[in-house]
Design a protein around this ligand. Sequence first.
Ligand code: ADP
Ligand code: ZN
Length: 520
Amino acid sequence: MIEKARSLLKDVFGYDHFRPLQAEVIANLLRRNDTLVIMPTGGGKSLCYQIPALIFEGLTVVVSPLISLMKDQVGQLTELGIPAVVLNSSLSAQAYRHNVQQVRENRVRLLYMAPETLLRPGTLNMLAATPPACLSIDEAHCISQWGHDFRPEYRRLTEVRERFPQAACLALTATATPRVRQDIAECLRFSPDNAFISSFDRKNLLIRMVPKRQPFQQTIEFLKKFPDQSGIIYCLTRRQVDELHAALKELGFSVRPYHAGLNEAERSENQERFIRDDIQIIVATVAFGMGIDKPNIRFVLHYDLPKNIEGYYQEIGRAGRDGLPAECLLLFRYGDTRKIRYFIDQKEEPERQVAYRHLNALVDLAETGQCRRIPLLAYFGETFGAEKCDMCDNCLGEGAKTTDLTIPVQKFLSCVRRTGEIFGAAYVTDVLRGSRSQKITGFGHQNLSTYGIGKDLSKAQWQQVARLCLRQKLMVRDPQYGSLKLTPKAWAVFRGKEKVSGRLRDDEVRVRAEPPAHDS
Ligand code: ADP
Ligand code: ZN
């Protein structure tokens, strides 16, 4: 049957070879095994169910959370002559009925739906009359509360599985940490033998994370390296997108904005023009990029901090899909986490804590002195096979130098201990820097031996020392109150038995006199 798949690959889709893992996944699914697929964005997940859909006798149901993505796929399949339809709330009643009729008459190979639509009694009854051969769950990380995009309806897909036990199930995602992976497999009751996980390493991406000092200036410098080439600049807010877009346009860059505040027509025009190479640069919020498939994006610049590593990796993953070198630059300033923390604080537990863990992992990645691919791939459960990749700023020796930080670390830990291990990093920093705040005098902490011994470092630098201590597990932070407590490991550092090295940047310096006005 895999021979059949191979000829469909060539005859219908026009490709000569399978990408890594595609053939294995397809073969496994054709044997009617439930299959979990983890592949980075652009890895070619769609073919893993589109080809079997042409071989199976029965219908393939594809569940996806995004209406626009489903429409795109159905459009592409229709062009290839493959009968595929979508059912969703954006269809007119007439079009909806027409599509249902197509399904009932067995004229359709692939049926795309959002989980809400699939879970409707009417839809389930329709499917009972034409039982699906395959249930394909796209963006399967939405099943897991440990993921960054939990959707409760996704968990109810187990009901659909129970209703149609004969359908082989395929779960696909680009963004699963080991924990999320396990959650998906448990929820859908998959056996671990049926997981196919491809490497997340995108070797052609040069990754840089540099202190955000004068972001606009830094952006211009960066863009100068890519005359006439395509790239995306990601900002956190719509306002920032509009400001940066206006400022770049004024300087004559070929640029368009993209965010959810623009009307549909404007958004699709800007996206189309970018894809056709009519314009060079898109300045966008994370609303941009889902499902776009442009091979020659040469750079991705993060003007603001992404929300987490998954998001970051998905965003930079849009660069260099043609396999040629591409550059990714992230402008990092710890202060930028404030807006993200604000969003996170609106969430309920346990999602709030999960989001904090994800944010902290991103900060660690930005501050590490190691090869960036080591923590980055570790986040996705993968071990990077070398000490160095030579395709990141740290490997290229560009970042701040790693120095011996034993003394500041000792000062910090000692101050944590002397203030009773009940305060957070901000307070400990104030004591070290000799602040005269009422809180300090209230506790009488101006009399401590550690009071005022840390004036040599800025607040921001002490925050970096604190994060270093946490990373090195010299202390732990209470997840609820933020108070810091020493671990047994701290004692080795106190006694001078262990040294701590790391990097200190002075990136929190604000430069105010720069356009566009950007205040975080
Ligand atoms: P994903 O869903 O993993 O992000 P897609 O399924 O959208 O990736 O595939 C990304 C691009 O790669 C698409 O343009 C697709 O047509 C192309 N592609 C997929 N498989 C192959 C293949 N075997 N050979 C060549 N191109 C492929
Ligand atoms: Zn590296």
